[in-house]
Design a protein. Structure first.
Length: 326
């Protein structure tokens, strides 16, 4: 029995508390501000401005840099053309360099790679090549298979964990690391209080697989992120900092929702600029050391302001004013 299985047996069934803070956890966190803080060097997930990236990636990246963001997380690689938004890898890297931007990570679709029912799995080597060209450290799986999220069972998550370990082994040979990004359905109850996210955390090897915690989706599932950091310390090296509209705070995990598809649930979902919504980012940020945080990204899946760069700036300003010195 490997260490991951022992860890899971100890922790499965305990569930994840939705609202607890441990004073001793907070007391051990470093309060020293510094230029190396992930929040002082905040990035942005470019999916937030996907229509603008498609229309004019060069101008969009210039605007992102002018706002003050230090790095960007990519998405949507064209594996045939070996490009992002019409820019080949070298051209994109030059645009990033010209604007003082780095890219530490990218989202790369692994839906079929994670599916037990698909033989035509994605070629991860193509993703590794793209990541290396851009100077990225992380190849991130942005989502578990969405073919039928309501049908995912414990065995599916065990298979995903196995595939993540294999991907991590392969990535290591390229000097890269694999990470997994959550949504809300990974926190659905699989029985005995066990969550899919717990299965992934317990059955993946820490030296091979990290996790990118989307704070919005965790909170929307009724999970306090700090409880995750306490239960699985040093596993959440990347965070998506995304805020929740104060009028849309209903938890979307539980008997009322667990058999619904995303389309039916989406009416309960609305985002807002960081710092203007429901999530207490300051409290969560205090636990960054317990999480093992290395990189943080502003993200907003849907921006409702007419000027999307204005939205990105509002979120950036909040992070600079309230989180950068934590």
């Amino acid at each position: 029995m490997n260490n991951s299985r022992r860890q899971f047996i100890k922790k499965a069934g305990l569930g994840l508390s939705a609202a607890y803070f441990l004073p001793q956890l907070l007391s051990c966190e470093s309060k020293k501000p510094g230029i190396d803080s992930p929040f002082a060097n905040i990035g942005v997930q470019l999916y937030s401005i996907r229509d603008l990236m498609t229309a004019n990636p060069t101008d969009s990246l210039q605007q992102v840099s002018k706002i003050g963001y230090k790095h960007v997380e990519t998405y949507g690689v064209d594996t045939v053309a070996k490009s992002f938004w019409g820019l080949d890898y070298k051209s994109l890297k030059k645009v990033l360099d010209d604007n003082g931007l780095k890219s530490h990570s990218g989202h790369y679709d692994m839906s079929k790679y994670f599916s037990r029912n698909h033989q035509d799995k994605e070629d991860l080597n193509i993703y590794f090549d793209a990541a290396k060209e851009l100077g990225q450290e992380y190849v991130i799986a942005p989502v578990s298979p969405m073919f039928d999220i309501s049908a995912l069972k414990k065995d599916d998550f065990l298979y995903i964990a196995e595939q993540l370990n294999k991907a991590g082994e392969a990535a290591k040979k390229h000097g890269l690391k694999v990470a997994f990004h959550n949504h809300f359905w990974e926190f659905r109850d699989l029985g005995n209080g066990t969550k899919g996210e717990e299965v992934l955390l317990a059955f993946t090897e820490p030296d091979l697989v990290d996790f990118e915690l989307d704070l919005y989706w965790a909170e929307k599932a009724g999970i306090n992120p700090v409880s995750l950091f306490e239960k699985f310390p040093n596993r959440f090296k990347l965070w998506h900092i995304k805020d929740m509209d104060k009028a849309f705070t209903k938890t979307i995990v539980g008997p009322e929702f667990d058999k619904l598809d995303f389309g039916a649930i989406s009416k309960e979902v609305k985002y807002t600029e960081v710092g203007t919504g429901h999530i207490d980012f300051i409290a969560i940020a205090q636990a960054k050391a317990k999480a093992g945080l290395k990189y943080a990204f502003v993200e907003q899946d849907d921006i409702y302001l007419p000027n999307k760069f204005e939205s990105l700036k509002k979120s950036y300003d909040y992070v600079e004013q309230h989180l950068a010195k934590i």
